[in-house]
Write a protein that binds this ligand. Structure first.
Ligand SMILES: Cc1cc2nc3c(=O)[nH]c(=O)nc-3n(C[C@H](O)[C@H](O)[C@H](O)COP(=O)(O)O)c2cc1C
Length: 249
């Protein structure tokens, strides 16, 4: 079974492609995460977890969801991490997670997809995004082939820098960088409430028709990238940048 988390659609696209290639079921973790409950899932096929990379690890909210959930049937687990560039040593946290859950870890594989982190970087424009997605197709196909053959993903070497990125930098990133305070809404807001619905943590409330962010943000970028009228900014960091949503949604 394919179980995914997504904010801007990249991981959903990869998860659905994998499900199609493997003839397997695909489950979105969104509602479970939003309701703070684990899922009770059963499958005779291997578990394939697909999610974005946040600071060179799986998103902490997705790891927490896996911790809270029960998975019966097959004991093998694969991880596919979509990323704008690289996953550092993200595989090592996934191995630990497998130990905790009693899974036999069959490895982690990165799939480069368009960057969505507009609080720090500039996402590609539409043409470049499509080229990146096109190039990701065969990588997902290769993952599906390994899974189909029951083979673990090949092991990858991590450098000292990879270890630092997925370790201390990830820790500092969650401690200092992730905050909702800089989110602002402009007069362009049409009070449609889409941002409230898209937030996987239920951290946005409409007050007099305008979004107000609480403390519980994971910087997924769903609200800012999903706003239909581009009324949301992240301080000055997002100004003038294109918003990103996977065009294959
Ligand atoms: C908070 C945050 C942190 C990110 N950190 C990384 C990173 O460490 N390495 C990387 O290559 N991409 C990083 N990205 C980019 C995303 O992993 C990438 O665009 C992903 O495909 C988005 O998936 P989604 O559309 O399913 O949400 C980050 C994005 C966000 C929002």
């Amino acid at each position: 079974m394919i179980v995914y988390f997504t904010a801007t659609g990249n991981s959903r696209y990869c998860a659905q492609l994998l499900a199609e290639l493997l003839g397997d079921e695909c489950i979105d973790s969104f509602q479970f995460i939003r309701d703070r409950i684990g899922a009770e899932l059963a499958s005779e096929k291997p578990w394939v977890f697909v999610a974005p990379t946040y600071s060179w690890q799986l998103p902490h909210v997705f790891m927490e969801f896996i911790r809270q959930s029960s998975f019966s049937g097959n004991k093998n687990a694969y991880f596919v991490m979509t990323c704008g560039n690289d996953i550092g040593k993200g595989f090592s946290q996934n191995e630990k997670l497998c130990q905790e859950k009693g899974f036999c870890c069959h490895g982690t594989w990165p799939v480069v997809m368009p960057e969505n982190y507009i609080a720090m970087f500039t996402p590609p424009g539409p043409k470049e995004a499509l080229e990146i997605i096109e190039a990701a197709g065969p990588v997902v196909g290769q993952c599906a082939a390994w899974i189909q053959q029951g083979q673990p993903f090949p092991t990858r070497k991590a450098s000292l820098l990879d270890g630092l990125k997925s370790g201390i930098v990830n820790h500092l990133f969650y401690r200092f960088q992730i905050q909702a305070k800089p989110f602002r809404v402009s007069g362009a807001c049409v009070s449609c409430g889409k941002c409230e619905k898209l937030c996987p943590l239920g951290n946005i409330q409409l007050v007099e028709g305008k979004p107000v962010w609480g403390q519980d943000c994971t910087h997924c970028m769903a609200c800012i990238c999903g706003c239909p009228v581009n009324a949301i900014e992240y301080g000055k960091a997002s100004r003038g940048k294109p918003r990103y949503q996977c065009p294959k949604l």
